[in-house]
Design a protein around this ligand. Sequence first.
Ligand code: ZN
Length: 85
Amino acid sequence: MSAQLNLVETISRYVTLQPGRKALKGKCPFHRDEMSSLMVIPDRDIFKCFGCGAEGGTIEFLMLLENKTRTQVVEDLGRRTFSAQ
Ligand SMILES: [Zn+2]
């Protein structure tokens, strides 16, 4: 299922992530971020923004970024995975 989609890999497509001690940091795509407020925690497969409060996993990231419903994101991911093979 798409829940296993790699979060860091997905976010890296849109945001440049800098490695940190426990989390990766980057500029949040959901608000005007000058301070790299976005944290990605690979161990827990979640992201969190300390600027605007956005948080979640891969599906939530894509929902926010593409302004889609969970169903649409899951369908898109299924299609993308399918067509890539
Ligand atoms: Zn933010």
